[in-house]
Ligand binder design. Structure first.
Ligand code: BTN
Length: 328
């Protein structure tokens, strides 16, 4: 491990200032070498306070995302065992498409601090510019038919919600791919696939979560939110990344083993905001309207209109009517 990171990990364990001399003794380096390494860490964004005669103190609120922090934090078995980190990229989904041109490795992870051309569903953009959110994608090679892939989006959404529940955040799902907190969107999933008629080459599951954003632009502020806005607290992105990847990895391997969504259905329905609510969805030129009564065994949304006709929605944009009459 690079000496600066050895110093960093040592400082993380301290609840008080540690002197340059003490640090230097641990690693057999001079005080000025310690100081140079501290400067390097500060340049990477770590907030380290220094007081003459007392030494150095790493503030506990650091939310630095870099390859060292990711590698140190991840406790997954396969997802993210190999990863690339980008200070800036167009889109982590695009990065994985580029990776897949030379090597398709199950669980390969791309994480970006900034996305300049991030993609949402239906051609929407999902750009992050402030180093305070999570944008990442996982490359997968499930032994499934292309038809079963939409279920992966649901599993990813469920994993995000469960991960946030670990932090006591009451996140819900809006079928198929929105993560909702207090009636506003906090995250979304974009699944892309490369396949032949019956065979999948690879799937990319891209996840974006608004973590420490302090304020959204006027056009977004009624629809989008962040963990910070809802709780007033700053979160460590690496911790959330690790929770999500662990949840997703577990459910992904269960899912491909049995090739069935059934064991996840009850959990999904419990968290799915659509269920029992009036929903609207545009399909080509018509609008399907009714009450969402459940999720099918294949992960589709079942909608019943006022004449008790059932429609099974495979995918698409679905608005949900809230108690105040507004739609999300
Ligand atoms: C949506 O809700 O419309 C889906 C948003 C998905 C955004 C994520 S951020 C990481 C990954 N890279 C992308 O370009 N998009 C996804």
């Amino acid at each position: 491990m690079d000496t600066k990171y050895k110093i960093l990990e040592l400082l993380k364990l301290q609840s008080n200032y540690m002197s340059g001399e003490e640090i230097g003794e641990k690693f057999n380096i001079s005080r000025s070498a310690v100081w140079k390494n501290i400067l390097k860490l500060k340049n990477e964004g770590y907030i380290i306070e220094s007081i003459t005669n007392k030494g150095y103190f790493l503030t506990k609120t650091n939310d630095v995302l870099n390859p060292h922090e990711i590698q140190y934090e991840l406790t997954t078995k396969a997802f993210g065992k190999k990863f690339e980190f980008f200070k800036e990229t167009d889109s982590t989904n695009n990065e994985l498409k580029r990776v897949a041109q030379s090597k398709i490795e199950e669980g390969f992870l791309a994480v970006a601090e900034k996305q300049t051309n991030g993609k949402g569903r239906f051609g929407n953009t999902w750009t992050y510019s402030n180093n305070d959110n999570l944008a990442f994608s996982v490359l997968l090679t499930p032994p499934l038919s292309p038809n079963d892939i939409k279920t992966l989006t649901l599993l990813a959404g469920l994993s995000v919600c469960k991960a946030l529940h670990n932090l006591e955040i009451d996140a819900y799902l809006k079928w198929p791919n929105d993560i909702i907190l207090n009636g506003k969107k906090i995250g979304g999933i974009l699944t892309e696939i490369s396949c032949e008629i019956e065979r999948i080459n690879y799937v990319i599951v891209g996840i974006g979560i608004n973590i420490n954003t302090k304020k959204f632009d006027f056009e977004l502020e009624n629809k989008a939110t962040s963990l910070f806005i809802e709780t007033g607290k700053n979160f460590k992105r690496k911790v959330i990344l690790n929770y999500i990847l662990n949840e997703f990895e577990q459910s992904y391997y269960k899912f491909i083993k049995n090739n069935s969504f059934v064991e996840f259905k009850a959990d999904y329905e419990k968290l799915c905001l659509n269920i029992g609510k009036h929903v609207k969805s545009k399909i080509k030129n018509s609008v399907i309207e009714g009450i969402a009564t459940g999720i099918s065994d294949e992960g589709e949304l079942i909608v019943e209109d006022k004449n008790n006709n059932k429609t099974i929605l495979l995918s698409g944009e679905v608005s949900v009517r809230l108690t105040d009459g507004s739609y999300i």
